[in-house]
Design a protein around this ligand. Structure first.
Ligand code: UDP
Ligand code: MG
Length: 312
């Protein structure tokens, strides 16, 4: 098997058939042997029915269908797809045709041409999003690259093709909170980035709201850096130093008789400030603790209700 396409689907009823047809047009003939792995991530529409129809109507194609028991998220869907992938190369691609199969061909050619390369990742050349969004994203990547040991590329997506070995390495990372971009960087391997232009979504709407993105960004942060925990030490050290200096000042003032009882404002401000800082730090520790709690339960990353493969 040359190539496995992993396609996470959440409410993509109007896209799956067109996605399949487009891939057939573009890939067949060019790539000898490839399979589709559709993961239905608890869609609330007719995605699963459409997938079953697709499988019935095209026995000549190699279709693997995975049905989750509920919505586990794209990251979990990618994980499930990787587990079923049999190809030498594995591609993660969206079902909404924003990511063109032509780019997959380009990725495969690049991997064929250079044995040293393990992964070809596509990044969006031009983004269709507001300035505010671009600003937020660039700030996030600046920050995370500063405090993390691994390198995050700001515009890289999870639209990528990699060799089987890298797929195995990713499956080996069994953490429940999955931040794909971080995982892709963390496992290492030689990655080359190529530009692509994201098309408009074919049908349906994006499942990413600003709130979801913010949560995802926090996930990335908490999964790949423990810097916030260290921040407590730094802040503590800083305020202690300031306190010692101020202590000396107060002692001198006392000795020289410069203290007239006032300073109400100073005390109130200091109490509030220190209380605030302590609560924030406590919250941060709580976030990590919560993750340890969830990971310690060793819950499965996803639950597959049904899995259909093709005849070998
Ligand atoms: N997706 C998924 N589970 C989810 C949300 C999204 O499998 O909970 C899939 C979705 O069907 C699509 C891909 O992930 O194939 C990217 O989602 P979307 O198009 O909503 O994101 P965007 O392209 O706006 O980043
Ligand atoms: Mg999309």
């Amino acid at each position: 098997m040359k190539l496995s396409l992993i396609i996470p689907c959440y409410n993509e009823q109007d896209n799956v058939a067109l996605f399949y047809e487009t891939c057939e047009q573009v890939l067949s003939g060019k790539i000898t042997d490839f399979e589709y792995i559709f993961i239905n991530d608890g869609s609330k529409d007719a995605t699963w029915k459409r997938l079953l129809t697709l499988r019935r109507e095209h026995p000549e194609s190699k279709l693997k269908l995975v049905q989750f028991s509920r919505n586990f998220g794209k990251e979990a869907a990618i994980y499930a797809g990787l587990q079923h992938a049999a190809g030498d190369y594995v591609t993660v691609i969206d079902a909404d045709l924003q990511q063109r199969p032509e780019v997959v061909l380009q990725m495969v050619e690049l991997l064929d041409a250079d044995e040293d390369l393990d992964c070809i990742a596509a990044y969006q050349e031009k983004r269709r999003e507001s300035r505010f969004m671009t600003f937020c994203k660039s700030m996030f990547y600046r920050l995370i690259n500063k405090v993390c040991d691994i390198d995050f590329r700001s515009d890289a997506s999870d639209f990528r093709t990699f060799r089987n070995g890298m797929a195995k390495a990713i499956v080996g990372m069994r953490e429940y909170h999955r931040f794909s971009k971080g995982i892709f960087s963390w496992v290492g391997f030689n990655t080359e980035y190529i530009p692509y232009i994201a098309e408009e979504r074919n049908a349906g709407k994006t499942s990413w709201s600003f709130k979801k993105l913010l949560k995802y960004a926090c996930e990335g942060f908490l999964s790949f850096t423990t810097f916030p925990l260290r921040l407590a030490t730094y802040l503590g050290a800083g305020t202690s130093l300031a306190a010692i200096i101020y202590l000396i000042v107060v002692v001198i003032q006392k000795l020289t008789g410069h203290i007239h009882v006032s300073g109400y404002a100073t005390i109130v401000v200091l109490i509030l400030l220190m209380g605030g800082i302590q609560l924030i730090i406590l919250g941060m520790i709580g976030e990590y603790l919560a993750r340890i709690y969830i990971e310690a339960k060793q819950r499965p990353i996803c639950i597959e209700k049904e899995y259909l493969s093709y005849e070998e």
